[in-house]
Design a protein around this ligand. Structure first.
Ligand code: SF4
Ligand code: SF4
Ligand code: SF4
Length: 274
């Protein structure tokens, strides 16, 4: 019976292994077996540590997956996993690297695990979460429109490279990966300090949320509130880094598509209602 609580990490690992094996055989490339096994093992380990009530479980997953993607896939293998890389592979018609990554983590995956990517794997947030403003100090600003501008700029940039038949696009994409990351980190850190909110970049500027938000609206895995236990103390809303109205169980709850499944609300609920 005691082992039953470890079923979620085992199921999750099985799902990732299935994806790993299917892609390995489909693409005849052993890299996919290694890649998805590593990510599945990292997330399963985090879940295991969370069940064991280890305080830094989420941060460990974030570092294991985030550093792997940024340093190994991005810098060593030269794969542009940013939005520009997704457009690039999409325009070349190749279902590889960034297109697979986006399909699994950011487009279809969120139908199951919502914005789990943002809480456990994103290498931008991996750094932002080290900053001192873990919970927002003021109300959310109406600046969400900026993400659409960023999204349009990213698409226009890659489309322009293709339309102008620029040579050596692979090299340009690698430089764009470095420049894009420097820009994300710099703007993310500045925004966090100006707005006193570590996740300000995620809330207002990140263009990937254009995919993540609508898909996570339908997420299977969501934090829900047991109304019979809740005493409306408001602690969950106070500790939430994304301003989610988590006590409302409807899909239309306030900032519902912003939940990154960090479980800070659950950890802090005095009545175990979440
Ligand atoms: S919103 Fe963007 S920057 Fe923030 S965690 Fe998600 S993908 Fe990363
Ligand atoms: S912290 Fe728990 S008890 Fe308090 S409002 Fe949230 S769900 Fe209800
Ligand atoms: S604190 Fe709760 S509601 Fe807020 S983002 Fe984390 S899991 Fe979601």
């Amino acid at each position: 019976m005691k082992m039953k609580k470890y079923l979620p990490p085992i199921i999750l690992l099985a799902v990732f292994e299935t994806v790993a094996i299917v892609l390995w055989l489909m693409k005849n490339n052993i890299f996919y077996l290694f890649n998805f096994s590593y990510i599945g093992l990292s997330i399963a380990l985090g879940l295991f540590l969370y069940i064991r009530k280890y305080k830094y479980a989420r941060r460990i997953v974030q570092l294991l997956v985030g550093l792997y993607m940024l340093i190994y896939l991005g810098l060593i293998c030269g794969e542009n996993m940013q939005l520009e890389g997704f457009w690039y592979y999409l325009f070349t018609g190749v279902f590889e690297a960034a297109t697979i990554h986006y399909a699994v983590a950011k487009i279809f995956g969120p139908l199951i695990f919502g914005r789990g990517w943002c809480g456990y794997a994103c290498w931008t947030a991996m750094v932002l979460d080290f900053l001192p403003y873990k919970t927002p100090s003021g109300p959310r600003k109406k600046l969400g429109w900026m993400r659409y501008v960023m999204f349009a700029i990213s698409l226009a940039f890659v489309a322009a490279l293709f339309l102008a038949h620029v040579g050596n696009i692979e090299k340009i994409m690698f430089v764009a990966f470095i420049a894009g990351n420097v820009l994300y980190y710099a703007s993310g850190i500045v925004l966090a300090f100006v707005m006193k909110d570590n996740r300000a970049f995620c809330k207002y500027l990140c263009p990937i949320t254009v995919f993540l938000k609508p898909m996570s609206y339908f997420a299977l895995i969501r934090v829900k509130c047991d109304k019979s236990k809740c005493v409306n103390c408001g602690k969950c809303r106070k500790v939430c880094p994304m301003d989610v109205g988590v006590t409302d169980n409807s899909r239309k709850r306030k900032n519902g598509t912003e939940c990154i499944l960090c479980l800070e609300c659950k950890k802090n609920c005095p009545k175990d209602a979440l």
